[in-house]
Design a protein around this ligand. Structure first.
Ligand code: NDP
Length: 454
């Protein structure tokens, strides 16, 4: 264990005992505890007030049953979750994930990360997260609708525009948000901004769909400029995933002059040596967003696309690149992948998904002076734009795409500056944006918790 202080070691040991077996949650909590201890050591008042213990414990955790009826008329049972992690600086805010792997550990890790991420945006949002082990893959629209309605029939009592505002995540896009919003409105008889990621016809914000991927590239652009005095121009970019984050990261990286070589899903990856053009990306959007198909299909529809089935040794990260952007899911980039990337000359790993890199991989990259942009900073553009959607809903106004995109851009530049400045002050080197982002996000939350005695 790499803790430097007895205090952090003790806090983490107690957390581990209380949350035994919760692998993802403990991984995130350990990373955060390790990077905060230097800051807490310099601010003894925080230790006296047990701020770390208070910070790591969620304010509320709800688990519930979701019963729905499939197209064959059979009852199905799933498990629903919402963690309301921290409301020191604003109402709870964070997405809903629908994926068979969802469990308490995953929801808690995402909720904890969300607290720091939302603080980094500088908008007044606390942290929360939720979801279900329901698998939307292979389900009809009507099945997804019945599931969402049943899920909201329980969730509605825990959320509200000034209490807790959920959004999308893996498996939750515009379709699901529509069904969830409709059911909330039906039960509460209120038209409010209770969810973000809404359709444009009923209160959604322009540029929300693009925000996480675009924001990731804006953050990466700042990091490339500041740490390596370079840009996306002419860079080979390897992206994993082919969902919302991956698609719009691909679009923006290309607009900024990069050449995106790969996209993937949980079965395999496609390599396009000449780069994914806007025309090829349009086919990806049709396959993934409209047909809800597999990335493999791209090879049948576009020349120059080679499909690889992912195995333990044939991995998307073996593709030679300058910039790698993991945009699929947690722990998809292992230490061995980080080693391969470095060996092949990669200069930056920019996280689009939440906690896509194992902690050992992240540490290896930082040690080797590779730009490593941690998810809670570099993928905060999605929730930042959700915050902008909340502002527009409160104002009863909607801003243009350019206005939102410009605000997103300046938020991402500010997040980079805040995390870089804390990396220089507290990190192992100026490349330690991991420590930098954790401390930059934590400062404001800790101060608000102390003030409110919560
Ligand atoms: P989508 O559901 O749109 O896409 C997810 C992508 O990741 C798909 O290509 C999917 O492939 C792949 N994937 C999911 N689970 C696994 C797995 N276990 N192994 C390998 N691949 C997998 O989700 P998003 O693009 O919205 O989210 C991607 C990541 O970004 C998540 O970590 C999410 O938490 C994070 N994020 C998303 C934000 C947003 O605004 N959407 C905001 C901030 C973070 P397949 O179809 O095969 O499952």
């Amino acid at each position: 264990m790499a803790f430097k202080t007895e205090y952090a070691k003790k806090v983490y040991a107690e957390l581990e005992a209380k949350n035994a077996g919760e692998k993802e949650f403990l991984q995130a909590a350990k990373e955060i505890t390790e990077s905060l201890e230097v800051y807490i050591e310099k601010n003894p008042k925080l230790q006296e007030q047990k701020i770390l213990e208070r910070f790591l414990e969620p304010e509320r955790f709800v688990q519930f049953k979701v019963v729905w009826v499939d197209d064959k008329g059979q009852f199905q049972v799933n498990r629903g979750f919402r963690v309301q992690y921290n409301s020191a600086i604003g109402p709870y805010k964070g997405g809903l994930r629908l994926h068979p792997s969802v469990n308490a550990s995953i929801i808690k890790f995402l909720g904890l990360e969300q607290v720091l991420k939302n603080s980094l945006t500088t908008l007044p949002m606390g942290g929360g997260k939720g979801g279900s082990d329901f698998d939307p893959k292979g389900k009809s629209d009507m099945e997804v609708m019945r599931f969402c309605q049943s899920f909201m029939t329980e969730l509605y009592r825990h959320i509200g525009p000034d209490t807790d505002v959920p959004a999308g995540d893996i498996g939750v896009g515009g379709r699901e948000i529509g069904y969830l919003f409709g059911q909330y409105k039906r039960i509460r008889d209120e038209f409010t901004g209770v969810l973000t990621g809404k359709g444009l016809s009923y209160g959604g914000s322009l540029a929300r769909t693009q925000a996480t991927g675009y924001g990731l590239c804006y953050y990466a652009q700042e990091a490339l400029k500041t740490l390596k005095n370079t840009s996306f121009e002419g860079k080979r970019v390897v992206i994993s995933g082919s969902g919302n984050v991956a698609i719009y990261a691909c679009e923006k990286a290309t607009q900024l002059g990069g050449k995106v070589i790969t996209l993937s899903d949980s079965n395999g990856y496609v390599v396009v040596e000449n780069g994914i053009t806007p025309e090829i990306l349009a086919v990806v959007k049709q396959i993934k967003e409209v047909e809800r198909g597999r990335i493999k299909e791209l090879a049948n529809r576009c020349p120059g696309v080679v499909y690889h089935e992912t195995t333990a040794t044939d991995r998307v990260w073996n593709t030679k690149c300058d910039v790698a952007m993991p945009c699929a899911t947690q722990n998809e980039l292992l230490l061995k992948d980080a080693e391969t990337l470095v060996k092949n000359g990669c200069i930056a790993v920019c996280e689009g998904a939440n906690m896509p890199s194992e902690l050992e991989a992240a540490k290896y990259l930082i040690k080797n002076e590779i730009i490593f942009t941690p998810a809670k900073a570099s993928n905060a553009g999605g929730v930042a734009t959700s915050g902008l959607e909340m502002s527009q809903n409160s104002e009863r106004l909607s801003w243009t795409f350019e206005e939102v995109d410009q605000k997103l851009h300046s938020i991402m530049v500010n997040i980079f500056n805040a995390s870089y400045s804390c990396a220089c002050e507290y990190g192992s080197s100026k490349y330690d944006l991991l420590t930098g982002a954790n401390i930059a996000g934590f400062k404001k939350v800790a101060e608000a918790m102390v003030a409110q005695a919560i």
